[in-house]
Design a binder for this molecule. Structure first.
Ligand SMILES: C[S@@+](CC[C@H](N)C(=O)[O-])C[C@H]1O[C@@H](n2cnc3c(N)ncnc32)[C@H](O)[C@@H]1O
Length: 272
């Protein structure tokens, strides 16, 4: 476990040691279980994108906190006309430039107050930030991120992001802050966004940080124990839960864990 308190340094160390889907995902559960989690994420995000966004072949997409490029690959395969990525770390940006030589990648901390000139002048139709913003632990930098994203979007542009939207007070740890849904909604509205939808990404396959249900935490505990018992167990656990999770996420209206929020930019924020 890296104890660095600087987020850039923390992610640089984490991804240098493990540039893979468990480096960007739920590290303790192993690469096999994480692959199943990412399969769920892809199904949910693609379904939402196809429902909300027409004609991707004329859209400019900017992905924030691209990590290993899982969503860069998704946007390219979905047919977006221009896909640009970014990350706070050198290690991700260097790998992404090597793995996707036709695409542009920026080193960027989205929580910084002022965007770099070469990026600030650009405008996008779609911006995505999957499991990134809850890693911004300082509230002022979190607000900066929302304002920066608003600034980078064209009018009527779409912002998709995933994180835990809590129905209670914030949960703070060294490298992650899960914030209350109400405070995130307020920040988005103040920045000039309207919220189009919020969709559960997980019900049982990820930590149930936002639930009063008594069964989910003990189910999650058993899943963690099973997934940690080596490669085979990690794979089997994910494989068994995958179809169940697809059904549960399609039925649930509120998720106990990560959710996908989809917003539209109505206006330029005057604070920028
Ligand atoms: C949990 S990983 C998610 C990676 C990728 N979005 C995915 O879902 O596979 C978080 C990523 O965000 C990056 N990151 C963390 N804080 C950031 C910030 N303030 N600005 C930009 N990227 C950041 C990390 O380096 C890491 O690649």
């Amino acid at each position: 476990m890296d104890s660095s308190s600087d987020p850039g340094e923390y992610w640089q160390n984490r991804l240098t040691a493990n540039y893979s889907l468990d480096g960007t995902g739920f590290q303790a559960l192993g690469q096999e279980y994480n692959k199943w989690m990412y399969r769920i994420r892809k199904v949910i995000v693609k379904k939402a994108v196809k429902r909300m966004i027409s004609k991707l072949d004329v859209k400019d997409v900017f992905d924030i906190g691209s990590g290993t490029g899982f969503y860069i690959e998704m946007w390219i395969k979905l047919g977006a006309s221009g896909v640009i990525g970014s990350d706070i770390t050198d290690v991700a940006v260097l790998n992404l430039r090597q793995n996707y030589p036709s695409n542009e990648f920026f080193k960027l901390d989205i929580g910084q107050e002022v965007l770099p000139d070469e990026l600030s002048a650009k405008k996008f139709d779609i911006i995505s930030a999957f499991d990134v913003l809850f890693h911004i632990t300082e509230d002022v930098r979190y607000s900066n991120a929302i304002l920066n994203i608003n600034h980078l979007l064209r009018k009527d542009g779409i912002f998709l992001f995933s994180e835990n939207f809590l129905h209670r007070d914030a949960l703070r740890s060294q490298h992650q802050v899960s914030r209350p849904l109400a405070s995130i909604e307020r920040l988005l509205q103040e920045a000039g966004f309207t919220i189009l939808d919020r969709i559960p990404m997980f019900v049982i396959m990820n930590a149930p940080v936002d639930t009063n249900n008594r069964i989910l935490p003990s189910t999650w505990k058993s899943i963690r124990v099973a997934a940690k018992k080596g490669k085979f167990a990690s794979n089997i656990t994910g494989c068994i839960l995958y179809p169940l999770e697809l059904v549960l996420t399609s039925i649930a209206r509120e998720g106990p864990s990560t959710e996908l929020m989809i917003c539209k930019k109505l206006e330029e924020c005057s604070q920028y």
